[in-house]
Design a protein around this ligand. Structure first.
Ligand SMILES: Cc1cc2nc3c(=O)[nH]c(=O)nc-3n(C[C@H](O)[C@H](O)[C@H](O)COP(=O)(O)O)c2cc1C
Length: 452
C-alpha cells in the first residue's frame, strides 16, 4: 500500500470545507511553521529533497533560496495552476477536492519567502474551480489564517485567484507572469530569472500546485522524514494522473518506489488494460515527454525493472528513456496508432506556439503537416527524414521549452516506431487500418536507431 501524504483525507466527506479540513489536522502545519523562522522553513524544504512537480523537477528549497531580498521591494509567490498539458489533471484534483491543502501550503511558503501577496494562476477552462478556491480563501481568512496579523504573529498575507484565458504557453512561468501583469503571454528571455526579476519586476517564486501542497506534510512530519519516503533524489510522494487504455483512469498518489509494471497492472492503481489487450506504448509524464514502447517502459536497456521515479524513467537518456514530467501517464494499447497520436499532439503544439521564435512558430505546423501527409497515406520515405530534421532544428533553439516539448514526441515516435511510419507510407489505406504492436520487441535495435 502506497504511503499517502496529499490525498490521505481526499475520501472524507466535506473535506473541501474549512471545518472538516481543520478537524483532520488542517492548518496545524501553519501553526507550527509560524513559530519557525523563514530560513528554517526553507531548510526543512531543502532537507526534504522536494523537487518541483510542474515538470522540470527542480529542487524546491534551492529555488526558494535563490529569491533575491532587496530592502523595500515586495516579493511574490505565484502558484502555477495552469495545468494545460494533455494528460495531466492532478492539480485539478487537488484544488477541486482539497483546496485548503493548497491554501495552507501557500501560507507557509509565502511566509518563508517574505511574500505578503500571493497568486494562484489557474487555467480558464477550470471554470468552476476558482469559486472553490475563493471559498477556501474566505474561510481561511475568517479563521485568522489569512489577512492582517495572522495568528497574532504580525505577518500579513492576501491570496488572489487569477483566471487564465486558455493558452498552454501561459503555463511557462515567465509567460504566466506576463499574463498575470495583463499582457500577452509571451515567455521572457532568461536571465533574469523570476527569483530576481519576476512579477512586476520584483523577486518571485513560481511553483506548481502539487509542489506547494507538499510543503504541508513536509512541515508536519519534518523534512528528514519526508526524505525517507521514496528513493534517491525522488523523495516524497508524487501524484500521477493516469488515462488512456487502462481499466481505472484517475489520480493516484505513489511513493516512487513502485515499478511501472505494478502501476499499470495492479488493482491498486490502473488495474491493467481493458479487454486483455497488450500494452503498446506509454507517455508517462504528460504529452511533452518522449513516448516509449512497452518493452522499454517496463525494463531499462539493462533489463532492470523501470520504476515510477525521476531517475528510473529517464534511464538511458532520450534514446531509451523518458521523463517523469508532470506525471500525466497516458497508456496506449495494441490498437492505437502512434502516427495518429503523434499527429494529434503536433496539432496541439502548432496551435499553442506563441509564435515568438521562428523555429517553433514555423516548425510546429510543418511537423503537423508532414504527419498529416503520412497519416493520410500520401507520405514518402523522405518525409520521415524531413520530419526528423525539422524536430531537430526546433529543439534547443527557442526562448522557452515549448519547442522542445513539441519536438520530443515526434523524435521519440520516429526513434521507436519507424516501422509504423514506413507501414503508413507503404499502405495508402493505412489511416483506416491498425498497425498493431509493431516490431519493438528487442530493445537493442531501438537503441541503435536512436543514433541516426
Ligand atoms: C509550455 C510550458 C507549459 C508549462 N505548463 C505548466 C503548468 O501548467 N503547470 C506547472 O506547474 N508548470 C508548467 N510549466 C513549467 C513552469 O515553467 C515552471 O517550471 C513550474 O511552474 C515551476 O514549478 P515547480 O518548480 O514547482 O515545478 C510549463 C512549462 C512550459 C515550457
Amino acid at each position: 500500500m502506497s504511503k499517502k501524504l496529499l490525498l490521505k483525507d481526499a475520501h472524507i466527506e466535506g473535506i473541501r470545507t474549512y471545518d472538516v479540513y481543520r478537524r483532520q489536522g488542517g492548518y496545524e502545519a501553519v501553526e507550527k511553521a509560524l513559530k519557525l523562522t523563514p530560513d528554517e522553513i526553507t531548510e526543512e524544504v531543502k532537507t526534504s529533497g522536494l523537487r518541483g512537480r510542474g515538470g522540470a523537477g527542480f529542487p524546491t528549497g534551492l529555488k526558494w533560496s535563490f529569491l533575491a531580498k532587496p530592502e523595500g521591494v515586495p516579493r511574490y509567490l505565484v502558484v502555477n495552476a495552469d495545468e494545460s498539458e494533455p494528460g495531466t489533471f492532478k492539480d485539478r484534483y487537488l484544488m477541486e477536492f482539497i483546496p485548503h491543502l493548497l491554501i495552507e501550503g501557500m501560507i507557509i511558503s509565502s511566509f518563508a519567502m517574505g511574500a505578503n501577496t500571493s497568486y494562484i494562476y489557474i487555467r480558464g477552462e477550470y471554470a468552476w474551480i476558482p469559486d472553490i478556491l475563493e471559498q477556501a480563501i474566505d474561510e481561511a481568512r475568517a479563521a485568522g489564517f489569512l489577512g492582517k496579523n495572522i495568528l497574532g504573529t504580525g505577518y500579513d498575507l492576501e491570496i488572489y485567484v487569477h483566471r487564465g484565458a486558455g493558452a498552454y504557453i501561459c503555463g511557462e512561468e515567465t509567460a504566466l507572469l506576463e499574463s498575470l501583469e495583463g499582457k500577452r503571454g509571451n515567455p521572457r528571455l532568461k536571465p533574469p530569472f523570476p527569483a530576481v526579476k519576476g512579477l512586476w519586476a520584483c523577486p518571485t517564486v513560481v511553483n506548481n500546485v502539487e509542489t506547494i501542497a507538499a510543503v504541508v506534510p513536509i512541515i508536519n512530519i519534518g523534512g528528514a522524514e519526508y526524505a525517507k519516503i521514496g528513493v534517491g533524489r525522488s523523495t516524497g510522494t508524487k501524484l500521477i494522473s493516469a488515462c488512456g487504455n487502462i481499466n481505472k483512469p484517475g489520480v493516484y498518489e505513489i511513493d516512487m518506489t513502485i515499478t511501472v509494471e505494478e502501476f499499470i497492472y495492479s488493482d491498486e492503481y490502473c488495474g491493467g488494460i481493458p479487454n486483455g489487450k497488450r500494452l503498446k506504448a506509454c507517455i508517462p509524464g504528460g504529452s511533452s515527454v518522449p513516448i516509449v514502447p512497452a518493452n522499454l517502459l517496463l525494463r531499462t536497456i539493462n533489463g532492470e525493472p523501470r520504476y515510477m521515479n525521476y531517475e528510473s524513467l529517464a534511464d538511458g537518456g532520450f534514446a531509451t528513456g523518458t521523463m517523469m514530467g508532470s506525471g500525466g501517464f497516458i497508456v496506449l494499447d495494441e490498437d492505437q496508432s502512434v502516427i495518429k497520436h503523434t499527429m494529434s499532439l503536433a496539432h496541439f503544439y502548432a496551435h499553442e506556439s506563441c509564435g515568438q521564435c521562428t523555429p517553433c512558430r514555423e516548425g510546429t505546423p510543418w511537423m503537423f503537416k508532414i504527419l498529416k501527409k503520412i497519416e493520410s497515406g500520401m507520405g514518402t520515405m523522405e518525409d520521415i527524414d524531413l520530419l526528423w530534421d525539422v524536430q531537430r532544428k526546433i529543439e534547443g533553439n527557442t526562448i522557452c521549452p515549448l519547442g522542445d516539448a513539441a519536438a520530443w514526441p515526434v523524435a521519440s515516435a520516429i526513434r521507436h516506431f519507424r516501422d509504423e511510419f514506413e507501414w503508413y507510407i507503404n499502405n495508402p489505406a493505412a489511416s483506416s487500418g491498425t498497425y498493431g504492436l509493431g516490431n519493438y520487441a528487442d530493445p537493442i535495435p531501438i537503441a541503435a536507431k536512436a543514433e541516426q
